[in-house]
Ligand binder design. Structure first.
Ligand SMILES: *[C@@H]1O[C@H](CO)[C@@H](O)[C@H](O)[C@H]1NC(C)=O
Length: 191
C-alpha cells in the first residue's frame, strides 16, 4: 500500500512538472503569465527600433495577467543612460492572445508561445507616422536562458522575416536591473 501511494505521488510530481513545461500557443491562461520577467532577445525588421535609446528597446520587469485577459506591463527603457519606468494596461482584442496598445504609435501584439514557468514570446506590429515595423520579444523568468531556446527564437524570427543580424541579445547589456522594484513603490504611493 505504501509503495502504491509512493508511486502515485511520483506520477503526480511527474505530471505536474510536465504540465509546467508545456509550450502553449493558443487558449492562453493569461493569469499564469503573471510575475517577473526579464528581456532576453529582441528582434526587429527595422533594427534601429531595438538599438540604444529606442523606446521599443524594452526591459521587462513584471507582467500581471488578469482574469479578463488584460495585461499590465511594467518595464524600463534606457534613454541617454537613464532608466525610465513605464507601466500600462492592455486589454485583449477580440482574438485570443491579441492586444492593442498606444505606445510610440499604435501597436498590436500577440502571444506567439509561452511556457508559463520559463519564457514567453511576443510578436508586435507597430504603426506610426514614420514607418511600420515588426518586433519579436523573448522574455524569461530568469535573467538568461539556454542557447537552445535562443536558437528557437532566432528561427521563429526568421519565419516572420526578421534575420539573425536584426536580433539583439540584451543579456549582455545593462537592462536596468538596478531599477527593478522601484516603480512598484511609486505606483502604491500614487494611490
Ligand atoms: C480587466 O481587469 C483589469 C483589472 O481588474 C481592469 O483594470 C481592466 O480595466 C479590465 N479590462 C476590461 C476590458 O474589462
Amino acid at each position: 500500500m505504501k509503495l502504491l501511494s509512493l508511486c502515485l505521488g511520483l506520477t503526480l510530481v511527474w505530471a505536474h512538472e510536465e504540465g509546467n513545461h508545456e509550450v502553449v500557443t493558443s487558449n492562453f491562461d493569461v493569469p499564469k503569465i503573471s510575475g517577473e520577467w526579464y528581456t532576453i532577445l529582441l528582434g526587429s525588421d527595422v533594427k534601429k527600433r531595438i538599438e540604444e535609446n529606442s523606446v521599443m528597446r524594452i526591459f521587462m520587469e513584471h507582467i500581471q495577467g488578469w482574469d479578463n485577459s488584460s495585461l499590465t506591463f511594467k518595464f524600463h527603457v534606457k534613454i541617454d543612460g537613464e532608466c525610465i519606468d513605464i507601466s500600462g494596461l492592455c486589454d485583449q482584442a477580440a482574438e485570443d492572445g491579441v492586444y492593442n496598445v498606444i505606445y510610440a504609435g499604435f501597436d498590436t501584439f500577440r502571444i506567439v508561445e509561452v511556457v508559463y514557468s520559463d519564457y514567453i514570446i511576443f510578436h508586435l506590429i507597430s504603426f506610426n507616422n514614420e514607418q511600420t515595423f515588426q518586433m519579436m520579444a523573448l522574455f524569461a523568468r530568469e535573467p538568461d536562458v539556454s542557447p537552445k531556446l535562443k536558437k528557437k527564437f532566432v528561427e521563429i524570427c526568421q519565419k516572420y522575416g526578421i534575420t539573425e543580424e536584426n536580433i539583439v541579445d540584451l543579456t549582455k547589456v545593462d537592462r536596468c536591473l538596478h531599477a527593478r522594484g522601484r516603480q512598484l513603490s511609486q505606483a502604491s504611493s500614487a494611490k
